[in-house]
Design a protein around this ligand. Sequence first.
Ligand code: HEC
Ligand code: HEC
Ligand code: HEC
Ligand code: HEC
Length: 207
Amino acid sequence: MRFRMSHLLGTMVFAGVVASGASGQIVGSDHDFSSKAWSGGEICKPCHTPHNALAGVPRLWNHELTTATYQMHEGTGTAAADFDTDSRFCLSCHDGTVALDSFGGQTGTSFMGGGELLGTDLTNDHPIGSDAMYPPDPQPAWWAGAFQDPANLPSFLRIRDWVDPNGVTQKVVSCASCHTVHNKGGFDHMLRASNAASAICLGCHLK
Ligand code: HEC
Ligand code: HEC
Ligand code: HEC
Ligand code: HEC
């Protein structure tokens, strides 16, 4: 994706609070699908369900998971093997291989299009998962001079867990490192903070 440095300040309101018109919550955000025909008027259900959620994944997940193979920065990869759970959730809509309305056990027919569609070629997107260990294991000598110490990351950034092929849990950059899926904060593009003056990028990159 392209990195345009636009921003919008908002207030911190928990995602589930229902109040129309305010920013900083899922209601009225790009992830409030209740006005779309494919959603059945639901806000949470395309992603979560209180009962009969998908087995083997956390968060009471209700949306069919992608099984696509991706072009990644370091070769090919799959969501199950190469991504943290949150990135896998995101790409289950944003790679365009699973219908938006494939949730709750139904097979849908409405697919994502437009600027929000990342597709399965992730070589033109910021690295995530196995492409972006934070820190890499083993850690090369140049890394410490190029990246912020993991202990000193700005509090808004989130590093996620990914289990590598050897069964070792590694820390990685995720879609959810930079974005908040519930639009908490109300920043432009559902980012975790304003990216004015590239604040998000400079949170990790020592440039
Ligand atoms: C390193 C931080 C970072 C990561 C990781 C990241 N994004 Fe983004 N994303 C951004 C920024 C910054 C923008 C705003 C770019 C802009 O202003 O054009 C953005 C924009 C977007 C947009 C809106 C595109 C548009 O043109 O309006 C979508 C959709 C998106 N990201 C999805 C994802 C998904 C899905 C993932 C994981 C595969 C992901 N992002 C990973 C930082 C990130
Ligand atoms: C577009 C998909 C999507 C929608 C819609 C959505 N969520 Fe989530 N939700 C997620 C993802 C992905 C996570 C994991 C995010 C993370 O860990 O950063 C999550 C995590 C959560 C969590 C646990 C962690 C936390 O952030 O508190 C709760 C509770 C939750 N969601 C509630 C809700 C409720 C209630 C709604 C409806 C008002 C909702 N979500 C709508 C995708 C969604
Ligand atoms: C249930 C499907 C679904 C899931 C799961 C999902 N998204 Fe989305 N997302 C959408 C749709 C549909 C849109 C476009 C809405 C519209 O038409 O405006 C969107 C829009 C966005 C945008 C654009 C916001 C903007 O203002 O430019 C970002 C960023 C984004 N999603 C990130 C994520 C991230 C990160 C995750 C995982 C944590 C995720 N999405 C999970 C369906 C989903
Ligand atoms: C959460 C930490 C984090 C944030 C925030 C972050 N990056 Fe990164 N970035 C990484 C990691 C880790 C890598 C992969 C380094 C490697 O292993 O080669 C990376 C790689 C890159 C690369 C090299 C990609 C390539 O093709 O080799 C660029 C360029 C980059 N980031 C730009 C950005 C920009 C622009 C932003 C802000 C929108 C940003 N990053 C935000 C951690 C981050």
